[in-house]
Design a protein around this ligand. Structure first.
Ligand code: GLA
Length: 487
């Protein structure tokens, strides 16, 4: 009766495979050991590997709770379930109640186990690829479309950018974020999933519009969304990207958390930096590891053209102002070819006012940040279009000197940031972080500008302002900005 015995015990390797709708599966593995109503083992849910620290019950009814350490904190999952025939029926129990019932089947021992760890290479500086002499500009799918991105949408976005003035204003890269990935073939070559039938053809199409195409991957086995990462296939993937005609890679740490320590990040990123160079194609390298371990200090040495300086942005004033106004200490690290990336734009995604979006655009331009639009540019209001394509503001962002703005003056919720531009002009952003309209008055000298300017141009109104002597004074709307170029 060995078979009955085995079937009535929870011990074993169980898989929940949920179709993503693009030919790939979201896989969760329960590797369980049951003895005397105590359950131990691990749960691997896409990139997350949890250890079961509370597991009680048996085949009729069990509860398992498991934890993992991530980003200096703990992440926890809890499942309840029972054995029904040859299936496990489980629900995930979260803060918002229980999930629908999920069904797990037995799979061979070892399936879904984390791959063996590959030692990171010794550190060396990656040769500068010579790209991104000004902050990269373009569009990325994540902020608006998340998982719902496909070939037709990307073509539509490229079509729109080619005719709506964005391309001509400098927005060049059309970047596909997570969820394009399919499976690897027997030779280990990565293929796109069903949403992207032919990546080379898509790249050709985007190039035919005078634009460039970007992709996304992870140094880990999985991406944040649980798709195939580049782990152990770095050179091969870089060659594949080059063969497809890819021009930009966003490389997201997510799935590497399980295999590498934070202190190994530089070496792990360096590996892809080298691989992209070796591919022979010009591919901008975008580091996405949420600003951990002072990436601004080693990003360039790992081959990075830009590096995220923090966690994910969202379409809210709270998020944009918290991220944007905290970038002051990072100013010294931005320079041509190597940029701080406070994350992609949310302009036009609908949860902020035009005033707030103008502040977002102004602040990012002052910060010499990459301008990667994140809205549905096929379909945007005139005001959003005008914010994204304001050439005078873009000229600040794209200034050749590549010096990032610093906070020069502050009084309560009012702040003045200044940015030295090539040729001697200065960009001056007068922010009102408060929610009410207010009058901002400051002395130029107090904002580090020793001589009162003879010329003041308002970059949103597109007008010359009359210099008023040693002081500047203006009404600034709540959450708003007055952006000036002076000399
Ligand atoms: C992380 C990144 C985001 C986005 C998602 C995709 O959260 O920080 O910008 O790429 O992954 O899964």
């Amino acid at each position: 009766m060995v078979a009955t015995c085995a079937a009535s015990n929870l011990s074993g390797n169980w898989l929940i495979a949920t179709p993503n709708g693009d030919g790939t599966m979201r896989r969760t593995y329960f590797h369980l050991h049951e003895q005397d109503h105590r359950i131990t083992g691990t749960i691997r849910a896409t990139l997350h590997v949890y250890s079961i620290d509370k597991g009680t019950g048996g085949p009729e009814n069990f509860t398992i709770s498991a934890a993992m350490r991530i980003l200096g904190g703990e992440r926890r999952v809890t499942y309840r379930g029972k054995l029904a025939g040859d299936q496990l029926q489980v629900v995930e129990v979260g803060a918002n109640g229980a999930s629908p019932t999920l069904f797990a089947r037995r799979v061979p021992e070892g399936e879904g186990a984390l791959p063996a760890r590959i030692e990171p290479p010794p550190l060396h500086p990656v040769r500068d690829n010579g790209l991104a002499r000004t902050p990269p500009m373009g569009w990325n799918s994540w902020n608006k479309f998340a998982n719902h991105i496909d070939d037709a949408t990307v073509r539509g976005i490229a079509d729109a950018m080619a005719v709506n003035g964005m391309r001509d204003a400098g927005y060049t890269y059309v970047n596909i974020d997570d969820t394009w990935e399919g499976e690897r073939d027997a030779r280990g070559n990565i293929h796109p999933n069903q949403k992207f039938p032919d990546m080379k053809a898509l790249a050709d199409y985007v190039h035919s519009k005078g634009l460039k195409l970007g992709l996304y991957s992870s140094p880990g086995p999985d991406t944040c969304e649980g798709y195939e990462g580049s782990y152990g296939h770095e050179e091969q993937d870089a060659r594949t990207y080059a063969a497809w005609g890819i021009d930009f890679l966003k490389y997201d740490w997510c799935g590497a958390f399980t295999l590498y320590k934070d202190s190994e990040m530089q070496a792990v990123y360096q590996k892809m930096g080298d691989a992209l160079l070796a591919s022979g194609r010009d591919i901008v390298f975008s580091l996405c590891q949420y600003g951990l371990v002072d990436v601004w200090k080693w990003g360039p040495a790992a081959g990075g053209n830009l590096w995220r300086t923090g966690g994910d942005i969202s379409d809210s004033w709270e998020s944009v102002s918290r991220i944007g106004f905290s970038q002051n200490p990072l100013a010294p690290y931005a320079r041509p070819g190597h940029w701080n990336d406070p994350d992609m734009l949310e302009i036009g995604n609908g949860h902020m006012t035009d005033t707030e979006y103008r502040t977002h655009m102004s602040l990012w331009s002052m910060l010499a940040a990459p301008l990667i639009a994140g809205n549905d540019v096929r379909n945007m209001s005139t005001s959003i279009h005008d914010i994204l394509t304001n050439r005078e503001v873009i000229a600040v962002d794209q200034d050749k000197a590549g010096l990032q703005a610093k906070r020069a003056w502050q009084s309560g919720q009012q702040e003045v940031w200044t940015r030295q531009l090539a040729g001697g002009d200065t960009a001056v952003a007068v922010f009102n972080r408060g929610s009410k309209d207010s009058q901002v008055t400051f002395r130029w000298a107090d904002a580090g500008i020793p001589r009162a300017p003879s010329h003041i141009r308002d970059l949103w109104r597109h007008t010359e302002e009359k210099p008023l002597g040693p002081e500047y004074c203006s009404e600034v709307p709540g959450h708003g900005v007055v952006l000036l170029r002076i000399h």
